[in-house]
Write a protein that binds this ligand. Structure first.
Ligand code: NDP
Length: 330
């Protein structure tokens, strides 16, 4: 295993935007930590849908770049002004670019300590989707006992976490999935009802399942293909949390539609705005790690790929072939 003192490491490098094939493994220089950054030997990195948006160019990033914004590993070096972490510490991070690599530089304000009870793969799988699911159920729409939530792509990385967290807060979950295998996983995670959204009309099903009332909140990371149904599924003054665009971006919208839908609330939140302080980051990551180590939250790793096969991971994710979380191991 190379150490951080050697110069040169393997990383996935994107030279041009495009399909999964632009994710090529290359020898690149070791990154150098800035004053408030740490250099980490990466144990595993998480694959997230945002990585596909950056790869394809939907979210512009200056080229060339090393993709990946989440992982876990061991601190190898610390910048001159770092006091909160030391070499040898096990950390995990989210929203720090350059994670698809043997070594990554992580700003300290994106890093959290990993409890001993959490293994490396779980630590790498937890932070980005875990903290996102956390802010969606605690801050975007704080789920209360008896609430009903619509969770799209309920067997996906986000979907399985959202389902479990809504249930843990006493809510009911109506999930959507594309296959029976995915239905089974979503039900195992606690979903009360499942709609096969590629076959059935979601808004009609929701009216039937809620005695005509509609759901309190719709968590929608699918975007273009589900947005109208999400809006039509809300109760009066319900909340639509549009947190992603797995099927493509939602077209521009006339605010009057929010009135017609029942004076509803629409928000388009990002994790970056929900880990603004050390206290907030530690709160969200701490509750997720605590729930995992206490056995209250299961993080299902649905696929582990060698770093060199990052392209295959993206292909599988975009082709709806995956469930749960995907990891790359350098
Ligand atoms: P998932 O594991 O959920 O994979 C995406 C799933 O979406 C698929 O498995 C599929 O499930 C469903 N889907 C429906 N239509 C399509 C389509 N046309 N193409 C691909 N997938 C489709 O991915 P993640 O958990 O990584 O991310 C889910 C969403 O959450 C993404 O939009 C992502 O950007 C967003 N996100 C947002 C964050 C934020 O802070 N705003 C942070 C983290 C994630 P099925 O087969 O059942 O339809």
């Amino acid at each position: 295993t190379p150490t951080s003192t050697e110069v040169g490491m393997r990383a996935i490098r994107v030279m041009n935007n495009g399909g999964p094939k632009v994710l090529e493994e290359a020898e690149v220089d070791d990154p150098l930590p800035g004053v408030r950054e740490v250099l980490v030997d990466v144990a595993a990195c998480g694959v997230n849908f945002i990585d596909t948006y950056q790869r394809s160019g939907v979210y512009p990033v200056s080229l060339p770049f090393v993709p990946g914004s989440e992982g876990a590993g061991t601190v190898a070096e610390v910048g001159s002004e770092v006091t909160d972490f030391s070499p040898g510490d096990r950390i995990a991070w989210a929203m720090a670019p350059g994670s698809y690599a043997q070594r990554a530089v992580v700003p300290v304000d994106k890093a959290v300590r990993v409890p001993d009870a959490i293994d490396d793969n779980t630590a790498a799988a937890a932070p980005l989707q875990g903290m996102t699911a956390h802010y969606l159920v605690t801050s975007t729409y704080p789920v209360r006992t008896g609430d009903t939530a619509l969770v799209h792509a309920a067997a996906g990385g986000m979907g399985l976490l959202l389902t479990q967290l809504v249930k843990a807060r006493g809510g009911n979950v109506i999930g959507t999935v594309s296959t029976s295998e995915k239905e089974q996983l979503a039900r195992e995670a606690g979903a009360d009802e499942i709609i096969h959204y590629t076959e059935d009309d979601v808004a009609n099903e929701i009216r039937d399942l809620t005695d005509g009332r509609g759901v309190d909140v719709a968590y929608d990371g699918v975007g273009r293909d589900t947005f109208d149904a999400s809006l039509a599924s809300l109760r009066p003054r319900g909340t639509l949390a549009l947190f992603g665009a797995a099927s493509g971006p939602v077209p521009p919208l006339d605010p009057q539609r929010l009135n017609s839908a029942g004076s509803v609330f629409l928000t388009r939140p990002s994790l970056g705005h929900h880990m603004l302080t050390r206290q907030e980051l530690d709160w969200r990551a701490g509750e997720i790690f605590q729930a995992v180590s206490g056995g209250d939250l299961t993080i299902r790793v649905g696929g582990t790929y060698p770093l060199a096969e990052a392209a295959r991971a993206h292909e599988d994710l975009e082709a709806r072939r995956t469930t749960g979380k995907l990891l790359l191991v350098p």
